[in-house]
Design a protein around this ligand. Structure first.
Ligand code: SAH
Length: 251
């Protein structure tokens, strides 16, 4: 019987993918790969699997969402098992929920396999525990992408006093910092941006809110990056080195 999986590939480091994700990937006839997925995870796919890249980075046009769902449906209906690989966790931004709904409406049940989301992995990669109890009673995952009516209610978020973890926020960092200051957040609030977390090219910048957008711009950090705003960002380690679980330093 053909199957369909929605698989989280984790934040980048191949070893952060779950055993279940590796196993499902190894069963698939067809693998549809998103942008932020580290292509190295394809080592767990079958050698004869058909691999389709549907991302939009690197100057290639992205495959429209409806096209991806149609492709999955066509393969499943032809009796092939399909693994849809998404960066991080499939249900944290990245439109996995919409794909599940569309497939469900077309009568196809999709199995969801969680992944480690960048919003937790990226802070952790520089030593930031997003819910350290001395600093926060919780964490809010929020998109920085929206503008206008899709803009998060920054005022309400500041009032929660929780750690803010912002996805897709790099292009609007100036506006976001200004909105947080306008909403009454202290200009001294520690902030961090972590680019390409858990990958060899990982970089980060730290600064208080008042200087944050400028510091990030000066460091030349860009997407993909996670922004962490709140007291927990003060716990970032001064020097972090990524070491794989065999204790080797990355090449
Ligand atoms: N489903 C993904 C998020 C998709 S939205 C997850 O759970 O992680 C895409 C955003 O995720 C990027 O704009 C960036 O904010 C963040 N992101 C994904 N991978 C990242 C990484 N390795 N390092 C830093 N940010 C990352």
């Amino acid at each position: 019987m053909s199957r369909a999986w929605l698989i989280g590939a984790g934040p980048g480091d191949v070893e952060l993918m779950t055993l279940k994700a590796c196993r499902a990937l190894g069963e698939a006839d067809v693998v549809l790969v998103d942008d932020l997925v580290n292509p190295d995870v394809l080592q767990f796919a079958r050698a004869d699997a058909q691999v389709v890249y549907v991302g939009k980075r690197g100057g290639h046009p992205s495959t429209p969402q409806a096209g991806i769902v149609a492709m999955m449906l066509a393969h499943v209906q032809a009796g092939r098992s399909v693994a849809r690989l998404k960066g991080g966790d499939p249900f944290v931004f990245g439109r996995g929920g919409e794909e599940q709904q569309a497939l469900h409406e077309a009568g196809v049940e999709v199995e969801v396999i969680n992944g480690i989301t960048a919003g937790i992995a990226a802070p952790a990669a520089i030593g930031i525990p997003v819910t350290h109890r001395d600093h926060a009673q919780g964490v809010v995952f929020v998109t920085g992408h929206g503008a206008g009516s899709a803009e998060p209610d920054w005022q309400a978020l500041v009032a929660t006093r929780m750690t803010l973890v912002i996805y897709m926020g790099m292009r609007r960092l100036d506006d976001i910092a200004a909105a947080l200051l306008a909403a009454g957040m202290s200009a001294d609030t520690p902030c961090a941006a972590i680019e390409s977390a858990t990958r060899p090219e990982q970089r980060h910048a730290l600064a208080p809110l008042r200087d944050f957008a400028g510091t990030v711009a000066h460091a030349g950090l860009g997407s993909p990056a996670i922004v962490v705003i709140g007291g927990v960002a003060s716990l970032a380690l001064p020097r972090t080195q990524r070491v794989d679980d065999l204790g080797r330093e990355p090449q």
